[in-house]
Write a protein that binds this ligand. Structure first.
Ligand code: HEC
Ligand code: HEC
Length: 520
């Protein structure tokens, strides 16, 4: 009996293994409509045309299913119809970097197959697709393959044209999507923003099919001058996968920026100072500002990395974030790429005027009446004016007071390179006005939050910006004198132990030596 049961189980398990990944259960269109009307219309609209209530708040916009464009598919570039498995995967897993959620925790497999059947109806996809992506013989990643991929990536500006030389998407042209909405090339160093993962096979597929409804072209199309062979596409895929950032990624556990003490030295006031490299970076998520009066939903900046150093006089903070555009009002090239009207790029640091007693933070948006905040706001400048740093005190959105940054001793300096801004801000630890300025002290957890503006994206300005939640800044107590004291203590103990050992060893053999040593 037992054996038969086991055998049965094995057969079932084997059939599951073989069948389920490739076997698309025929979905039920009517059931699919029921689920769609309940779960999907809010974004995709009753008619599937992408005009749900949330549409104007979303970037990228919800897909218009009547267009028949599917971004993540494994059918060939000249085949419009996706495989059912492709649509199923996006419904199950969602599309990172967009509002499209994954549904696997709310819906059953059958529900999702029913949805696949229903959304295909909008584009009148009735037949099964024929042409599939040809993967040939996959090329495993290796330093050689990556090097060849890099060459092909850059050759004739093949990918660089849109994704930039470093892959960060530093734009040199303006791109549009299928509903003529503004789109940005992917930052290839941030795999968590890929709609369909940065596994080399997925990247190979995207390069082969292109991304429908966007300007990302197919490199398998023989009509393209920039076409790549199968082997070349594997090299490029391996190269792109190798671009993934390993440092400066968000780690939810890192909530404290630890500022190291620089004994006696001058603080680095330039973003290019090499000493920054020795500090520990902490990276935070930037989310659109939606609590103030004018809410903002279509951000382009998504993370910011912060480092800090201090000495006995001042504190310096380095803010670093990928921004595809250097936004310089008045500059012809910058204006061409930007949404109109172009604004300056910017970054701001928000700190409480008074360090809270317990680990309590000021009100999230710009402080409140009882817990005011200092805001240091750097702007990148225009064609005719230099960068600036302003200082304001705020007790909430309605009560904002401009201060004199120079008087407080606040300075800032920025540099833009290869799609990344790096801005240093320096301020004295203490000021003459403790009523209105934060007085920095060692060893206390100081709440700190950041905001960033991309002046080329949706004219980000004022309350249209991205921001972090509150984190902590800690000036690590100076350990300057400690190591010396400790070294002396340890040396003393060690010397004492040696002496004791020498005495007792000597004592065992020649007791008379004792008195000699004692008098020496
Ligand atoms: C909160 C808004 C939202 C909801 C709710 C939502 N979607 Fe989406 N969906 C999006 C957005 C935005 C995109 C486009 C992402 C892009 O273009 O990169 C998208 C894209 C898609 C795609 C296209 C996949 C591809 O490869 O291009 C499918 C299929 C899809 N959604 C199905 C569904 C289904 C089915 C539901 C309901 C179960 C649903 N969506 C609910 C926002 C939403
Ligand atoms: C004409 C501009 C253009 C060129 C050339 C281009 N891309 Fe793209 N690429 C884009 C855009 C735009 C997107 C984002 C599409 C979207 O909005 O989903 C993108 C997205 C991607 C993605 C993200 C896939 C995902 O799952 O999200 C990868 C990977 C990629 N491109 C690789 C490449 C490689 C490799 C090359 C060169 C072989 C290349 N691209 C050439 C415009 C371009």
């Amino acid at each position: 009996m037992r054996q038969i049961n086991l055998l049965k189980l094995l057969v079932i398990a084997a059939s599951l293994l073989i069948v389920s990944p490739t076997f698309a259960k025929p979905g039920d269109v009517d059931r699919g409509k029921g689920i769609y009307d309940k779960r999907c219309t809010w974004c995709h609209g009753d008619e599937g045309d992408g005009t749900g209530a949330a549409e104007e708040r979303l970037n990228p916009p919800p897909r218009d299913f009547t267009s028949g464009n599917y971004k993540i598919k494994t059918t060939a570039f000249d085949e419009m119809i996706p495989n059912d498995e492709d649509v199923f995967r996006m419904i199950r897993d969602g599309m990172p970097g967009t509002a499209m959620p994954g549904w696997s925790s709310l819906l059953s497999e059958q529900d999702m197959w029913d949805l696949v059947a229903y959304v295909k109806v909008f584009a009148e996809f009735e037949e099964a697709p024929e042409q599939q992506v040809d993967y040939g013989t996959p090329v495993a990643s290796s330093p050689e393959s990556i090097a060849q991929g890099k060459e092909l990536f850059e050759d004739g500006d093949r990918c660089v044209e849109c994704h930039g030389k470093t892959g960060k998407g530093s734009a040199i042209k303006r791109l549009k999507g299928d509903v003529s909405e503004r789109t940005w090339p992917r930052n290839l160093t941030k795999p968590w923003t890929f709609r369909g993962s940065n596994d080399p096979k997925d990247i190979f597929t995207r390069i082969s099919t292109g991304i429908a409804g966007t300007e990302m072209p197919s490199f398998a199309d023989p009509k393209s001058k920039k076409m790549l062979s199968i082997k070349e596409r594997w090299h490029v895929a391996n190269y792109v996968a190798s671009l993934a950032k390993t440092q400066k990624v968000v780690n939810a556990e890192n909530t404290v920026i630890k500022a190291d003490m620089l004994e006696g030295d001058l603080l680095p006031d330039s973003p290019d100072d090499e000493r920054w490299e020795q500090t520990i970076p902490t990276t935070f998520l930037l989310v659109p500002q939606i609590i103030g009066e004018e809410r903002f939903f279509k951000p382009s900046n998504d993370t910011i990395t912060v480092r800090a150093l201090y000495n006995d006089k001042a504190i310096a903070m380095l803010m670093e974030w990928d921004d595809r555009t250097k936004s310089i009002p008045g500059d012809e090239r910058a204006e061409k790429i930007a949404d109109k009207p172009i604004q300056e790029d910017g970054v701001a640091v928000q700190l409480p005027v008074e360090i809270p007693k317990k680990m309590q933070k000021p009100y999230f948006g710009m402080g409140d009446a009882s817990r005011p905040v200092n805001i240091w706001h750097w702007k990148s400048g225009t064609k005719d004016t230099a960068e600036t740093v302003a200082m304001i005190n705020s007790r909430g959105f309605q009560d904002i007071e401009a201060r004199d940054a120079a008087e407080v001793g606040l300075q800032a300096k920025g540099s833009y390179k290869d799609g990344t801004w790096r801005v240093v801000m320096v301020r004295p630890l203490t000021t003459a006005d403790p009523e209105n300025d934060l007085q920095f002290v060692e060893g206390r957890f100081i709440p700190v939050a950041f905001a960033a503006w991309d002046g080329s994206n949706n004219s980000e300005k004022g309350s249209r910006h991205t921001m972090t939640t509150w984190y902590w800044l800690l000036l690590k107590p100076s350990t300057g004198a400690m190591p010396i004291i400790m070294a002396l203590v340890i040396a003393g103990l060690f010397a004492g132990a040696l002496l004791w050992w020498a005495r007792s060893a000597a004592g065992g053999r020649k007791p008379q030596a004792d008195s000699k040593e004692g008098t020496a």
